[in-house]
Design a protein around this ligand. Structure first.
Ligand code: ADP
Ligand code: F6P
Length: 750
């Protein structure tokens, strides 16, 4: 909230309280006045009629007395009158006298005891609530030469008082509202004027226009303060688009240029020996790498990863390090070597047969083996040790990535208690019932809660995490500040939706749509009027590739006009292929492709082209650019960056994205055609809609998505996490100064 808004709100609240207090006092005072006024009127009325009443009191004519009482009620506010005997029985009353007000009940207020002398008789007055509204009752003794005769009751309408009071209150509130408006306006104007005056003065002093010696020692502090404020504004996203330079500047100025250590299983560059003996450098198919690599280029530091390429060992130095990207040397890649047994137990076993299916709802049963768990724990120790070796300070920043390293945050925390550990979980976090399937749930939660910050793609995954902690650990959940306090240490749990670099370096290097189509159509031997659909994924059962091909089949069944014209190319990078589920998927896909091509293909026309191989990013982007539509059909996915890459590729603002509602990206790319990939009718309808969509509509949708991804790019993702890390550090320092613990400071990260 802006400062001006806060000041205005404070003024308005103060005035609001003032209105309440004033209206209470006004109400009290008015009531007193009105009651006094009515009492005076009653006295006057009785004084005027007194003699006649005394005369008639002992007479026998009730009619005369009633007439006298009726005459009294000619006063506009006197609604009824009655005469009561000393014993408390009714002698006469006007017709309006309410039956529920009896002489007998009121008698005890006028004469304290039966037979009490005249000196003890008193006038009694009270407000009463009648059917028609509030009224005021006066009971006045009638005493003749020292002898009490009885008493007269006069009932006044008090509703007028209420009406008047309401009117006065309205006027009061109106007056205060006008005053409040004027006061707020005045506050804003004064504040602005004084702020401008103050900042101008400071600026003049900093420029040296004002040479006041008494201020000179303060100048250094002021400069530093201004610097901090400007960085804070930057990190709050108010300083324009996030770029590599901005991220770099923020890191340098805000976190004092700390060198970042990334811990991730997958390495950003893989050296592979080729058949001809040469070594090729490959970019792995990995959303994690796609997102983090540009961040590391901007920030520099060290990326600790498994060296999995066939020529990786021969490419590193004696410390297993190599500067990357090749030829640019922006940061260091430190490779860790795993034995085949370690890779089997830790990567294929626990991570990809256990945690991967556990966290994804894709109908594949997780498998947990205690041997895999032991290896997973050992490998986490090895990576944690390596990460600690790479830190250049005790309080360095470590970015721990994904489900391969659930134990590493705690292990690093034990070795480097002052480190800032930011863990990001790239895949969904399951609900606690599903998580409970894992026999090592508590150890995993314990490991992750060694982090300073634990990030997920969506708030939904954060909520699942909170529920899991609630269920399995003795920990305090601070939902107000999105944190878990466990063992006295606070971990912030936050959503940080991941993204891609923008401007995207691969998209910028890709030729025009026409050129991409021309070249690819020639390579694939397709006629120029072909309608091209594209899918790009690792060959993974969570990606819904089978459902995607079935949707294409359904499309061709239901919309015959696309037979012979539509070609769907699926790029499927081999992934985790030693795991039976992945091999089974590969076989199932072959069956579907064959069936669809047999049924709808003819001559050289094949409606589905399945490319089961890795493609380097320039080729992937050529496909994305040539496509008329891209279908991302994941059955469950943390984010899915292919969807964002398609948007980045389409600088012509054409092409339609058909997107599964089970991806994190569907929360952000609302202008895509969002479908349930299991519902083949719905999905094929969406594919048909994509093929028939007018250019103007494509432009509007694509433009909106491009604007979003440009704004919410991966530099912002990293910047937000680093900002939160910096705030955390600052407050931890504060907590340290007061010898408290960060976890004990309420609202630490607000
Ligand atoms: P995940 O991280 O689960 O693989 P994402 O969609 O988030 O899924 O990211 C996948 C990344 O891998 C993207 O950058 C995409 O371009 C790349 N990729 C996917 N399939 C292939 C492929 N067949 N060949 C090369 N790169 C691929
Ligand atoms: O994005 C999820 C993820 O599992 C990453 O951790 C990983 O790098 C990527 O998908 C690809 O998987 P892998 O590294 O096992 O090939």
């Amino acid at each position: 909230m802006s400062r001006v808004l806060r000041v205005t709100l404070a003024v308005l609240t103060a005035l609001g309280l003032l209105v309440l207090a004033s209206s209470y006092f006004v109400s009290q005072t008015l009531n007193e006045w009105f009651e006094r006024d009515l009492a005076g009127r009653a006295d006057l009325a009785l004084a005027g009629a007194r003699d006649k009443l005394v005369e008639d009191w002992s007479g026998t004519s009730t009619t005369r007395m009633t007439a006298l009482l009726t005459a009294l009620t000619h006063d506009e506010r006197l609604v009824a009158a009655a005469a009561c005997s000393r014993a408390g029985s009714l002698l006469a009353a006007t017709t309006e006298w309410p039956a529920e007000v009896s002489c007998n009940t009121i008698a005890r207020h006028v004469r304290p005891a039966a037979g009490a002398p005249a000196s003890e008789w008193t006038t009694w007055r009270s407000g009463v609530q009648m059917e028609g509204g509030p009224a005021h009752l006066s009971a006045m003794p009638l005493i003749d030469r020292g002898t009490p005769l009885g008493f007269v009751l006069l009932l006044h309408d008090f509703g007028f008082a209420e009406r008047r009071e309401a009117r006065i209150q309205q006027l009061l509130v109106g007056t205060f509202a006008v005053l409040a408006g004027a006061a707020s306006l005045l506050t804003i104007v004064i504040r602005r004027a004084s702020w401008h005056g103050w900042t101008n003065e400071i600026r003049r002093m900093l420029r040296g226009d004002v040479h006041r010696p008494e201020f000179q020692p303060l100048m250094g502090d002021v400069r530093e303060l201004i610097d901090r404020i400007s960085v804070e504004r930057d990190l709050d996203g108010t300083g324009g688009a996030w770029t590599p330079q901005r991220l770099k500047d923020s890191l340098r100025r805000y976190l004092l240029g700390e060198r970042i250590v990334v811990l991730a299983n997958r390495e950003p560059y893989i050296h592979e020996r080729q058949a001809d003996g040469s070594v090729a450098v490959k970019h792995p198919a990995s959303g994690l790498v796609t997102a983090l690599e540009p961040v590391m280029r901007a920030c520099s530091g060290v990326w600790v990863a498994h060296g999995s390429g066939s020529a990786d060992r021969e490419s590193v130095d004696a410390q297993d390090r190599i500067a990357v990207p090749p030829g640019e040397d922006d940061y260091v890649l430190r490779r860790i070597w795993l034995t085949p047994q370690e890779e089997q137990g830790y990567y294929y076993g626990f991570a990809n047969e256990g945690l991967w299916p556990l966290c994804h709802i894709a109908d594949t049963r997780p498998v947990f083996r205690s041997g895999d768990w032991d290896t997973y724990r050992d490998v986490n120790e090895r990576f944690a040790d390596a990460a600690c070796q790479e830190m250049d300070a005790d309080d360095a920043i470590v970015l721990v990535q994904d489900y391969h390293f659930a134990l590493a945050p705690r292990l690093i925390r034990e070795r480097k208690p002052r480190a800032t550990i930011i863990t990001f979980w790239h895949i969904p976090w399951p609900n606690f019932e599903r998580l409970g399937i894992c026999p090592f749930t508590e150890q995993i939660l314990h490991g992750l809660l060694g982090s300073s910050i634990l990030g997920f793609h969506t708030q939904f995954h954060c909520n699942n995490f909170f529920d899991s902690v609630d269920r399995f650990l003795e920990a305090r959940i601070d939902r107000e500040f999105d944190a878990v306090i466990y063992g006295g240490v606070r971990t912030l749990i936050r959503p940080y939706p991941i993204s891609i670099d923008w401007p995207n370096r691969w998209a910028l290097a890709t030729p025009s749509v026409d050129q991409c189509r021309r070249e690819l159509f020639a390579e694939l031997d397709l006629p120029a009027d072909t309608l091209l659909g594209v899918g790009v994924d690792r060959l993974d059962y969570t990606k819904g590739i089978e459902e995607r091909l079935l949707a294409v089949e359904r499309l061709l069944q239901r919309f015959p006009q696309y037979r012979g014209r539509l070609v769907f190319v699926q790029l499927a990078a081999p992934s985790r292929s030693t795991i039976p589920e992945y091999r089974a998927l590969r076989d199932r896909l072959d069956v579907v492709v064959k069936r669809v091509n047999d049924e709808f293909g003819s001559g050289s026309y094949q409606p589905i082209v399945l490319r089961r191989s890795h493609h380097e990013p320039p080729l992937v982007f050529r496909y994305l650019k040539a496509a008329h539509f891209v279908y991302v059909s994941s059955l469950h996915d943390g984010m899915n960056l292919v969807a964002k890459e398609f948007v980045a590729a389409r600088d012509d603002e054409q092409g339609v994205l058909v997107l599964s509602s089970f991806t994190g990206a569907s929360r952000e790319l609302a202008e895509s055609l969002i479908v349930n990939p299991y519902d083949l009718d719905e999905a094929s309808d969406a594919l048909a809609a994509a093929l028939a969509m007018p250019e103007a509509e494509q432009r509007v949708r694509m433009h909106a998505m491009r604007t979003f991804v440009a704004e919410f790019n991966v530099y912002r993702w990293a910047g937000r996490m680093l900002r939160d890390a910096e705030r955390l550090r600052r407050r931890e320092r504060l907590a340290g100064r007061f010898e408290g613990r960060a976890g004990d400071l309420p609202g630490l990260e607000a």
